[in-house]
Structures are given as structure tokens and as C-alpha cells.
Design a binder for this molecule. Structure first.
Ligand code: 26W
Length: 824
């Protein structure tokens, strides 16, 4: 027993190898001859998990013994991607594992590639949550992630005839070696029913929620390995389980099967992630998902708190709950319900505790993304919560200044209920009111929050809104994804940058070192070869490694303006055809991203990119100087291959519309130069990397605002005055890229012309082309390009999510690192 015990912890090559063989036989149930790559992945993951478990329990025990204040990050999305390389790297045993596999005749890459990508998120918001988990664990902060264990993650995207087609993402199909099922951690969550009023023991009016349907939330825990392996935190995801209680009426009716069917249906709650990024559909199942995981998480948080406390006044000193957008905002009403109805607190005390415990992060200002649930729906699904929301609203509106001033318009804007049309609950207002701090995710976005959606609330509560500019984890996005560059960096400045990215500033002086530049280019070239091979495998297209890799990877959305990039591509194609004797800088346009399945315009843009690629890539008159590729199924795993290989990073949203962006940070950290608008965090990236080392173009957020306020502009005039834009648009509209269906792109052309060009694509086109030309000219001078690329990497230290999380910890959560004791 003792020796096996040691075996499970051993971090050397021999110990790992013996563990692998043991796990393969006794847990996977195969011998080495019969094992598939997937069997080996499961084997290695289980052996690595062994190396984590003791430290995980130590960490949890230390938090418990110190009764440390914890932070709970409530998020409907965690876009974590693969975990094997991440765990090995944070444990510091990548090489040992590679050697152990080598001795077994296996390739580490093959084993790593057998892991499915955990895509429990749509895009930026979900990935941010995953970066925060890594940063909290890496800094010893007592942070828990709470979310849903979706059986199906974000859909798998394939292209069929150039169109996006969605397939279910069955990431759990072959089991998940990282998670621990906790069948004993089970909480009831109710829906529907009605509210009964009664008199409590002291004769006060009280309420209970009765005749409700019940579902159980069952916990699955995944260890979150911090860098260095000191702290191992927990990501707890809830899965819906049917209750065992039966409706006896059904038995008597002989409807046993019907009763069982109802139970089975209740498990649909955790079946699938909604694939909408920034469009709210108002579906009842979605509301139920939000309440399901929020209620289970709050019950769990209170249970943990009550291990050390008997009253609730200390809850805000022991728990900080961060709402990742409004998706868990119903938690404010739920905590009130738990405190008032179940624990008999007085309303005002409960409200004070609730507000001191919650904080809310806003991730978008797009009106179509702001959650507003119909009152009728909440009344039906969560009747007691609707009452509580009314009560919160009444008390708030009664004491606002607007009331005194008789400013009814302002009162109705502050109200939790939107009374225009069908009455709806504004979840953003609820989240704001129920939180002690509300933050935006970049300096510009936070300013715009104060000026737009939350202007009235900001006036009412001037200290509540604050900024926390997003960040990214340097472990996954530099160390793991870009071994070539990270090894080079470490040879020059040591490895302190991995846990303190500000140290990467030491590379600044290396920008003038001709030898370092050569090595930096060599690392980039290696990554570009890797991407070229990936492109060939995925699309069959051969691209020039020496071309500019011009990369736009993100969700497909009109505001992100992939169309602007496509129009430039077509204009460049025309120029190259018109001037075949000019020596062009070869360009490879790399696109990747998913469209929401119901977002027809975004899907049409995908088809357009594929159609343009087909024409351009097969036109011999451009001599391979231009290639266009749209990579399928963009996810964290694909990002790890694409981002380190990029030369140019496209961050070209209409100013004022991208809350922050985080892909912009990943690309710049990996030495890509940004071409972008002054939107989101691009503004701060420019400040850090220097205006000389970034290509900024286009209207500012203020200019966009003014233009729209003054009644917009006439895209027809802009188009008529720009021949290359006119020609590109004419080609699209006359079917040059869609000879099989010449009207296919009518909706796109329409939106850019008579539709008024809401996203100002035509308005920014000329300046975008100017910036693109400047980038192409600079690329002709490899030394100068590399110098700027190095300065990008060197100046991105501030954008570490360690810095972001520390700001949250100090200014919102008041949580502090805990050093786990590892001596039992
Ligand atoms: C279904 C409704 C809905 C509404 C909003 C789904 C998803 C959202 C998210 C807020 C969209 C999102 O991911 N926002 C992104 O958040 C990132 C992290 O803060 C920012 O970097 C991006 O700019 C922002 O678009």
C-alpha cells in the first residue's frame, strides 16, 4: 500500500511510466497492445490527476481551517479547452511525461490530441472565466468556479458546400477523466408552483413556495491546477438529476410511464449550452438553466458558510459572489429568498447582506444582448422570485431622488421593470441594484457604461461602477501555446515572467539586438509552419510561410466586421490582378469563428468568405500572392495553434461596440502587430505597446456616437467616391463569387447600402485600407517589423489575468492568498 502510495505521487520519468502501465491495465482495462490513442489519453490523464489530488485536498482543507474568505465566480460559461498540457505544465512535468511516453513508444502529441476540447462557452465571456480560474489558482486565491456541466458544449462547426452546419459537440462521450462525480452533493431546485402567505411564529407575514416541481442539482468537481502546483482550486459544475419522488396520482391513473417521462425530461436542464453570443432569445429553458445553477451554487455556498457560523451577518466577510454578466443575476432574488423565507431574516438585514456579497461584471452594451425576462414568464417559473423582485423595486423607487423631484421618466428608466410593451424584468438593473460593485471590462467600456445603459444608476450610485480591464493567462497563451517563443524568452530573461508577466518588459531592450530578432523570427516561422500544416490538413489549401499571416479569429458578428476584412481582401485581389508585374507582399488571410445557428447574416458572411476563398485561391493571375482560408470549428485548441503564428491581428470592430476583446491581447502577446480601431481594450493596448507599434484606423467611439446622433450617413455617397470599394461591392452583388446564385449576397449588399450600414463598414473602409497598406509596407522590412513585434510582446505584461484578478481581489472581493499546508 505504502509503495503504491508513493507511486501515485512520483513525478519522475520512471514513476510516471509505471503509473501509466498500471492505470492502463487496472482502470482503462486494456493492455499496451490493444490500447488506442484515446485509451492512452485517459491513462495519462488519470495518472496526472493522481499527482493533483493530495494537493487539492490540502488546499481545500487549508481554506476550511482558516475559514478563509472565498470568492465564488458564477458563470454560465467556462471555455476551458483541453487540460492535459495545462495540468502537466502547471505541475512542471511536461518533459518527464514526454520521456515516459517515449519509453513506451508513444508520442506525446498523439496523446494530447486525443483529448476533447471542453467548449462550455461561446466566446470571450466564457474564456475570461477560464483564464480567471487559472490566475486565481496560480496566485493562491481561494476561488471557486460554479457553472453547468453541459452534456453538449458549443456545437461543432463544419462547412458543407461553404455553409456552416452545426453538429452536437459530444465531449463527454468517452468519459471525462478530470472530473469527480459527487453524488452526495445534491441540492433540490424548484420551478413553477405558487406562493402561500402565512403568519410566522411572531405573527409576521411570511411566504412559502408550494406545489413546485423539483429537480436535483448534482455536483461534478474538476481540480484547477495553479502554476507550480501549490494551490489546486475547484471548478464545481452542476448536472440535473431527476428526483425520486413520484406523483402518486399518476400511479393510480395507471400512468406510471408518464410520471417517469416527466422525471427524464427534467434532466434536459443541463443538456446543452445555448449557442448565442450576444443575442438574447428569451427561452424558458434558458431562464431555468440560469436559476438551476445559481440556486444550487448559493445553497452550496451557504452550506459551506454555516460550517463555521450560526448567523448570517458575517456572510459578506466570508463570501464574495461575482456575477459573470447578468446570467446568474436571479441569484440576488434567490439569496433574498433563502435568507428571508428559509432562514427567517428581516428583509432589510437580508438586503444589506445580499448587496455586500454580490458584485456584477457587465460584458456588453449591445441592446440585443441585455437580458430582460417577461414578467409573465418569471411569475410562472419562479413565482416567489417575482414577488421579491417587485419588493426590491418598490423599496428602491420609493427612496430614490427622482421620486422627490417628480422625474417620472427617470424613475421608469431606473425601474427593474420595463413597462414599454410586454412587461419585462431588466436583469442588468437587478444586478446593479443588488451588488456593491459593478464593473466594465476595459476603460472605454466602463466609461460608456456610465454614459449609456447605466447613466441613471451611475448618478444614483456614483461609487458603484469601476473598471477592471480584462487579461489573459500567460500560462496557456504563451508558455503552453507557444513553446518556441517562451523557451527563447526564458533563455534571455529567466522564467519569472510565467508567474509575473510584468517581467516580460525586460525584453524591450532586446528589440534592438539583431541576434535576438533573428531568433524571434525563427520562433514565429516555426509557429507559421505548424499553422500552415494545420491549414493544409483542415482545408487542403497550401499557403506560403513567408506571406503575412493576417488573422481574424473570433465569433462571427456584424459588429466585429469580418465584412470589412473581406472587402479589403477583394480590393487587394483586384489590385494584384490589375498590376501583375508589381512585386507584392504575399498575404494569407486567415479567418475562423462560429456563427450563432439562428444568426442568418453571420452565416451568410461565412459563406461569402468561403466563396471568395474559392475564387481567389484558384486564380493563377495572383501567383499565390493572396490566399484566403476560413478554418472550421474555431475553439480553444485551434486558437492555440493559430495565435502563435499570426503576424497581423485584426481587431476591427465598430468603435464603442467591443466591450474589451481578449483575443487582441493573446495575439499581441505572441508578437502579432494589431490593426484595429480605438475600441475596447485596443485603446489600452495602444497605450502599452506604443502608438508606433500598432496600426490604428477608423472612427472613434465619440465620432460614431456623433454620426449616429446626427442621423447617420449615406453609404451610397461613400461608395460612389471610392472606386475600389465600389468595385468590390459590385463584384459581390453581381455574383462574381457566387456564379451559381447571383443574388446570394443581396442581403449583405443591402445592409451596407440602403440598409444604412449600421456598423459603418463603408465609412471606415478607406482608412482601413490605408492602415493595411502601411502594414504591408512595413512587412517588407523584416528587421523593423520584428522590432515592433518584440515590443508588442515585451509591452503586454500588464494584460496578464493575474493583474486583473488581483485588482478584483483588492478592490471588489477583499480576498487574500492562502498558503496551503501540504504536511497532512
Ligand atoms: C444569450 C445572451 C448573451 C448575452 C451576452 C450571451 C453572451 C453574452 C456575452 C456578454 C457576450 C460576450 O462574450 N461578451 C464578451 O466578453 C468578453 C469578456 O469580457 C469581452 O472581451 C468581449 O469584448 C465581449 O464581447
Amino acid at each position: 500500500f505504502k509503495s503504491r502510495d508513493i507511486e501515485r505521487r512520483s513525478l519522475d520519468v520512471d514513476g510516471l511510466k509505471r503509473s501509466f502501465l498500471e492505470w492502463l491495465v487496472y482502470s482503462v482495462g486494456k493492455d499496451a497492445r490493444a490500447a488506442t490513442r484515446r485509451d492512452w489519453f485517459h491513462t495519462v490523464a488519470l495518472a496526472v490527476r493522481d499527482r493533483v489530488v493530495d494537493r487539492w485536498m490540502d488546499t481545500t482543507r487549508s481554506y476550511y481551517h482558516e475559514d478563509a474568505k472565498r470568492v465564488y465566480y458564477l458563470s454560465l460559461e467556462f471555455l476551458i479547452g483541453r487540460l492535459l498540457t495545462n495540468s502537466l505544465s502547471n505541475l512542471g512535468i511536461v518533459d518527464e511525461c514526454r520521456q515516459a511516453l517515449d519509453r513506451l513508444g508513444l508520442s506525446m502529441e498523439d496523446v494530447v490530441d486525443a483529448e476533447p476540447d471542453a467548449a462550455l462557452g461561446n466566446g470571450g465571456l466564457g474564456r475570461l472565466a477560464a483564464c480567471f480560474l487559472d490566475s486565481m489558482a496560480s496566485q493562491g486565491l481561494p476561488g471557486y468556479g460554479y457553472g453547468i456541466r453541459y452534456e453538449f458544449g458549443l456545437f461543432e462547426q463544419r462547412f458543407e458546400n461553404g455553409w456552416q452546419v452545426e453538429y452536437p459537440e459530444q465531449w463527454l462521450q468517452f468519459g471525462n477523466p478530470w472530473e469527480f462525480a459527487r453524488p452526495e452533493v445534491l441540492y433540490p431546485v424548484q420551478f413553477y408552483g405558487r406562493v402561500e402567505e402565512f403568519r410566522d411564529s411572531v405573527g409576521e407575514r411570511a411566504y412559502r413556495w408550494v406545489d413546485a416541481d423539483r429537480v436535483l442539482a448534482m455536483a461534478y468537481d474538476t481540480p484547477v491546477v495553479g502554476f507550480g502546483g501549490e494551490t489546486i482550486n475547484t471548478l464545481r459544475l452542476w448536472s440535473a438529476r431527476a428526483t425520486r419522488d413520484f406523483n402518486f396520482g399518476h400511479f393510480n391513473d395507471g400512468a406510471y410511464m408518464k410520471a417517469v417521462e416527466q422525471k427524464i425530461l427534467s434532466e434536459n436542464l443541463s443538456r446543452v449550452l445555448y449557442p448565442n453570443d450576444a443575442t438574447e432569445t428569451g427561452k424558458e429553458l434558458r431562464l431555468k438553466q440560469e436559476y438551476f445553477f445559481t440556486s444550487a451554487s448559493l445553497q452550496d455556498i451557504l452550506r459551506r458558510y454555516l460550517q463555521h457560523h450560526t448567523t448570517f451577518e458575517n456572510l459578506p466577510n466570508k463570501a464574495a459572489i461575482q456575477l459573470n454578466d447578468t446570467h446568474p443575476a436571479i441569484g440576488i432574488a434567490e439569496l433574498m429568498r433563502l435568507l428571508v423565507d428559509q432562514h427567517a431574516l428581516r428583509w432589510d438585514d437580508a438586503w444589506e447582506i445580499t448587496r455586500a456579497t454580490f458584485a456584477y461584471t457587465n460584458h456588453t452594451l449591445l441592446p440585443e444582448a441585455l437580458e430582460a425576462w417577461p414578467v409573465r414568464m418569471i411569475e410562472r417559473v419562479l413565482p416567489r422570485h417575482m414577488q421579491i423582485i417587485y419588493e426590491i423595486n418598490a423599496k428602491f423607487l420609493n427612496r430614490t431622488k427622482a421620486k422627490a423631484a417628480g422625474d417620472n421618466a427617470r424613475l421608469s428608466r431606473l425601474s427593474l421593470i420595463d413597462e414599454r410593451g410586454e412587461r419585462r424584468v431588466r436583469m442588468g438593473n437587478l444586478a446593479f441594484l443588488g451588488s456593491h460593485k459593478v464593473n466594465g471590462v476595459s476603460a472605454l467600456h466602463t466609461d460608456l457604461m456610465k454614459q449609456t445603459v447605466f447613466a441613471d444608476f451611475h448618478e444614483e450610485f456614483p461609487d458603484r461602477i469601476n473598471n477592471k480591464t480584462n487579461g489573459i493567462t500567460p500560462r496557456r497563451w504563451l508558455k503552453q501555446a507557444n513553446p518556441a517563443l517562451s523557451e527563447l524568452i526564458t533563455t534571455r530573461i529567466g522564467e519569472g515572467w510565467i508567474s509575473d508577466l510584468s517581467q516580460i518588459a525586460a525584453l524591450r531592450e532586446k528589440a534592438d539586438d539583431v541576434v535576438f530578432r533573428e531568433e524571434f523570427r525563427r520562433a514565429k516561422r516555426k509557429n507559421k509552419k505548424r499553422l500552415a500544416a494545420y491549414i493544409a490538413r483542415q482545408t487542403g489549401e497550401e499557403v506560403l510561410v513567408d506571406s503575412i499571416f493576417d488573422v481574424q479569429v473570433k465569433r462571427m458578428h456584424e459588429y466585429k466586421r469580418q465584412l470589412l476584412n473581406v472587402l479589403h481582401t477583394i480590393a487587394l485581389y483586384n489590385e494584384m490582378r490589375d498590376n501583375p508585374t508589381v512585386s507584392w507582399v504575399p498575404v494569407t488571410k486567415v479567418f475562423a469563428g462560429k456563427a450563432a445557428p439562428s444568426y442568418h447574416m453571420a452565416k451568410l458572411i461565412i459563406k461569402l468568405i468561403n466563396d471568395v476563398a474559392k475564387v481567389v485561391n484558384h486564380d493563377p493571375s495572383v501567383h499565390d500572392n493572396l490566399k484566403v482560408v476560413l478554418l472550421p470549428n474555431y475553439n480553444v485548441t485551434a486558437a492555440e495553434i493559430i495565435i502563435p503564428a499570426a503576424d497581423l491581428s485584426e481587431q476591427i470592430s465598430t468603435a464603442g461596440m467591443e466591450a474589451s476583446g481578449t483575443g487582441n491581447m493573446k495575439l499581441a502577446l505572441n508578437g502579432a502587430l494589431t490593426i484595429g480601431t480605438l475600441d475596447g481594450a485596443n485603446v489600452e493596448i495602444r497605450e502599452h505597446v506604443g502608438a508606433d507599434n500598432i496600426f490604428i484606423f477608423g472612427m472613434t467611439a465619440d465620432e460614431v456616437n456623433d454620426l449616429r446622433a446626427s442621423g447617420g450617413f449615406n453609404p451610397r455617397e461613400v461608395i460612389a467616391s471610392n472606386p475600389s470599394l465600389k468595385r468590390a461591392l459590385d463584384m459581390i452583388s453581381t455574383g462574381a463569387f457566387s456564379p451559381d446564385d447571383r443574388n446570394r449576397y443581396h442581403p449583405i449588399v443591402q445592409a451596407l447600402t440602403d440598409g444604412g450600414d449600421h456598423f459603418l463598414v463603408t465609412a471606415d473602409f478607406a482608412d482601413y485600407c490605408r492602415a493595411q497598406d502601411a502594414a504591408m509596407q512595413l512587412y517588407r522590412d523584416p528587421e523593423e517589423w520584428t522590432r515592433k513585434a518584440i515590443l508588442n510582446t515585451a509591452n503586454m505584461g500588464w494584460f496578464s489575468s493575474d493583474r486583473t484578478v488581483n485588482e478584483y481581489a483588492g478592490e471588489i472581493w477583499d480576498v487574500h492568498p492562502v498558503k496551503p499546508s501540504h504536511d497532512g
